[in-house]
Design a protein around this ligand. Sequence first.
Ligand code: SAH
Ligand code: SF4
Length: 339
Amino acid sequence: MQNIYGMTRTDLENYFQNLGEKKFKAIQVLEWLYQKKSNNVLEWSNLKKDLRDKISEDLSFARPKIIKKEADTLTRKYLFELEDKNYIEAVVMFHDYGNSLCVSSQVGCNMGCSFCESGRLKKVRNLETFEMVSQILEIEADLKLRISSVVIMGIGEPLDNFDNVMNFINIINDAKGLAIGIRHITLSTSGLVPKIYDLMNKDLQINLAISLHAPNDNLRSKIMKVNNVYNISQLLTAIKDYIARTNRRVTIEYVMLKGVNDSKECALELANLLKGLNIYVNLIPYNETNHLEYKKSDPKTISEFCETLKNNKINVTIRKEFGSKISAACGQLRSKEVE
Ligand code: SAH
Ligand code: SF4
């Protein structure tokens, strides 16, 4: 059965038109679901009774359940159980400018980055659109607050689940849906080059973040298998094309792994690689996990790396450490459940 939380405005319009109804019913439905937050079709008083019956017959309203929460001052982490008993997670971060939510896009991940828990556990399946939308709805309901920005940086490689992720962005951005501004939506990818072009062709003004994590192919291939398929030079060409087409600054993510990619030479090589591009580098303090050997770089090493980039005219920030105590990085809470 199709799930109503996975339907875009266009999907709903088609649904109603196929029933011989007016397509503006789609807007009424979106308002009930996302503005009045009603999942009870009986309450939908501006729709006729037989249409309400038809909707409840045709469409599912089921949402994944929150089964575990972990909290610290600036974050809340949620573990969800899906209908088929798979687990995913989402993390809320409270900022002074609003609340942002990091959502998962797949159960596990096939990209196999050597430092990542989600990669260690492999992909089980893609998330359906409604399972992504539900992460926001359930958490908003639990915390009784509005999520104002979304980062697709939880478990999974979003561009490996392209269509569902595009529908997700469409629904949460729709003015009658969750109305999350398009510039408040960030998608992070490990660098699936052809899919970056597909994304570019959608002409969305979302923020694109690229997990680069190394300044040369030799090192990147050691920690990210995807580099054997799309190397740095192909990735950089895609990034340049993406910037030229969308006129958006791209974020380069660089996770700081002690003794692996955090030397001064790496910083200089990275600066040289990225010079002149409309990008900024986000240095990510590594979140250590029990299963993997990598260690986080010392704070001093991170700030020196940052300085080297700055001195070489690269815009750079160090990501605030959110939730390292509550295993908030990519896949860590789920991995406790499924190991
Ligand atoms: N698959 C996508 C999005 C999910 S991962 C991608 O790789 O971009 C989101 C980010 O978290 C990536 O930059 C990833 O490299 C990083 N990451 C993974 N494990 C981490 C950890 N243990 N500590 C810090 N960052 C991590
Ligand atoms: Fe997958 Fe991203 Fe983890 Fe790599 S870092 S294994 S792409 S989730």
